[in-house]
Design a protein around this ligand. Structure first.
Ligand SMILES: Cc1cc2nc3c(=O)[nH]c(=O)nc-3n(C[C@H](O)[C@H](O)[C@H](O)COP(=O)(O)OP(=O)(O)OC[C@H]3O[C@@H](n4cnc5c(N)ncnc54)[C@H](O)[C@@H]3O)c2cc1C
Length: 454
């Protein structure tokens, strides 16, 4: 660890997956000296299915990373279907604004792409390092982290700010006592696995009383197939094994899908998630900020966590590059404005306490909230595109990030620029301009949740 301990960083980001690696990438593209740390191994899997909504795909495209997702063999998805009991609604997914469809990359694919992009922009990324504590100054402001490496060595690393992107059980949130501002106990349990032989190329959602199921086509020719049931049902089924529960739930909720999978064996074991309460936490305080699941967790019922993580990393990076308390307050306000409606609707869907007609209404409500969110994301992405077109490289932080990558190898220790000009240009990287109201309103996107509302 000696190579990372003598640096003074602008920001240390704890966690290097969807939220953390993205925040590190955007801060480094904006000229900050950034270190991101993760206790997990680079490229390891995590307990999560991985459908990206259009907002996430839009951001990946704007950052120049969607081609890497495609190059990793992630299939583009152009059809979605929602099945309410036996009643299907088929939704084509239109190409628009550089987004040719939806994607569901495995986390073993997406997270390393984000880490590589952070490194190319000049950030350092270190895995196998666990943050145990925070260091503070005399006034109690967070000034760094206390870490433990794989060999057990303990070090203090200093930074102007620490970002907790360390998941729902965030160490940074616990150590800072970050306040929970909203909570929902509605939770669903999930069992999922990967089926390579089933030839499933569309996103599917199936609903029956107190049961859900679905399909996300993904890498290696496989489809991620999941079922969702009340947590008590998963707990009761554990003795008999999760495959029996998976098959039974699929048979009642999605008989046609169950028939297609009847003779298929999953690759590896089925995975189960027992359900967890949703929450929003106040996302910043003296010397620290939270992003991703550390700041905001909601039930996977609406498959929106990664999209929210990429969105909020963008908003947080913009605030940190601006560097004022007001910008951080704006981050909290914008995060809440975009999240609260989605949070409430997701909790109601996750409760599984709906009739199929009520569920359609909930999906319409989710669609309306998603449209507002996408309008914001598209505005962020559009400013980024315009900055590339208009800057010819001079003022564009992302191109600057590429230039950094070209100046030196994209490995830990690559130089990270830090001068006033580059900080000034940072706004272009993540949305541009001074803080102000972001446009909300209807756009022409076609997230499945929107399309079924028509
Ligand atoms: C069953 C399930 C299914 C889901 N399906 C979807 C879906 O289809 N689509 C979707 O968009 N979202 C889905 N989600 C939600 C999604 O997984 C999360 O929203 C997303 O992972 C959040 O990313 P993150 O980077 O904030 O946190 P995480 O992915 O949790 O990453 C946090 C990282 O922090 C590291 N870390 C934690 N503590 C420390 C420490 N002390 N020191 C160093 N490192 C630390 C961890 O090792 C981890 O790598 C699902 C979640 C679950 C549970």
């Amino acid at each position: 660890m000696h190579d990372i301990e003598h640096e003074a960083y602008d920001t240390i980001v704890v966690g290097a997956r969807a939220a953390g690696a993205t925040t590190a990438m955007l801060l480094a593209r904006g000229g900050q000296r950034v270190l991101t740390l993760d206790r997990a191994r680079l490229g390891s899997d995590t307990l999560s299915t991985h459908a990206l909504q259009r907002g996430a795909v839009t951001l990946l495209e704007a950052w120049g990373l969607l081609d890497r997702v495609r190059a990793a063999g992630t299939p583009v998805v152009r059809r979605t279907s929602f099945h309410y009991g036996g009643d299907p609604v088929h939704v084509p997914i239109r190409a628009s604004r550089g987004v040719d469809g939806l994607y569901a990359p495995r986390r073993t694919v997406l997270d390393p792409i984000l880490v590589a992009a952070a490194r190319e922009a000049g950030a350092r990324a270190r895995h196998g390092v666990k943050v145990r504590d925070l260091s503070r100054d005399d006034r109690g402001r967070v000034r760094g982290v206390v870490v433990e490496g794989v060999g057990g060595e303990v070090r203090t690393l200093r930074a102007d700010r620490v970002v907790g992107a360390d998941g729902a059980r965030s160490t940074v949130a616990r150590l800072t006592g970050a306040r929970t501002t909203r909570r929902s106990d509605a939770a669903c349990a999930y069992v999922y696995g990967y089926f390579p032989g089933a030839d499933l190329d569309a996103i599917e959602f199936h609903y029956a009383p107190r049961t859900t199921a679905g399909v996300f086509p993904t890498n290696d020719g496989a489809a991620c197939v999941f079922v969702g049931v009340p947590p008590t049902r998963l707990a009761a089924a554990r003795a008999a094994g999760t495959r029996a529960l998976f098959d039974a739930a699929l048979a009642t909720c999605a008989p046609s899908l169950a028939a297609r999978l009847a003779r298929e064996a999953p690759v590896g074991a089925l995975r189960s998630f027992p359900g967890a309460p949703g929450f929003l936490r106040a996302p910043s305080g003296p010397g620290f900020a939270l992003v991703g699941d550390a700041a905001h967790f909601k039930d996977p019922a609406t498959a929106h966590g990664i999209t929210a993580a990429l969105r909020d990393a963008t908003l947080l990076a913009r605030a940190l590059l601006t560097g004022t308390d007001r910008a951080l307050a704006d981050y909290a306000r914008e995060r809440d404005a975009l999240s609260l409606g989605l949070f409430e609707v997701t909790a109601r869907i996750a409760s599984l306490e709906w009739s199929l007609d009520e569920l359609r209404e909930l999906h319409r409500a989710f669609s309306a909230e998603s449209r507002r969110e996408l309008a914001t994301i598209e505005a962020l992405a559009e400013t980024r595109r315009q900055s590339i077109e208009s800057s010819a490289g001079a003022a564009d932080g992302a191109l600057r990030g590429q230039a950094i990558a070209q100046r030196g190898p994209s490995v830990e220790g690559a130089p990270s620029p830090r001068d006033g000009d580059e900080r000034g240009a940072a706004a272009f990287v993540v949305g541009g301009g001074p803080h102000g109201a972001l446009p909300h309103g209807r756009t022409g996107w076609n997230n499945p949740y929107e399309d079924i509302s028509r």
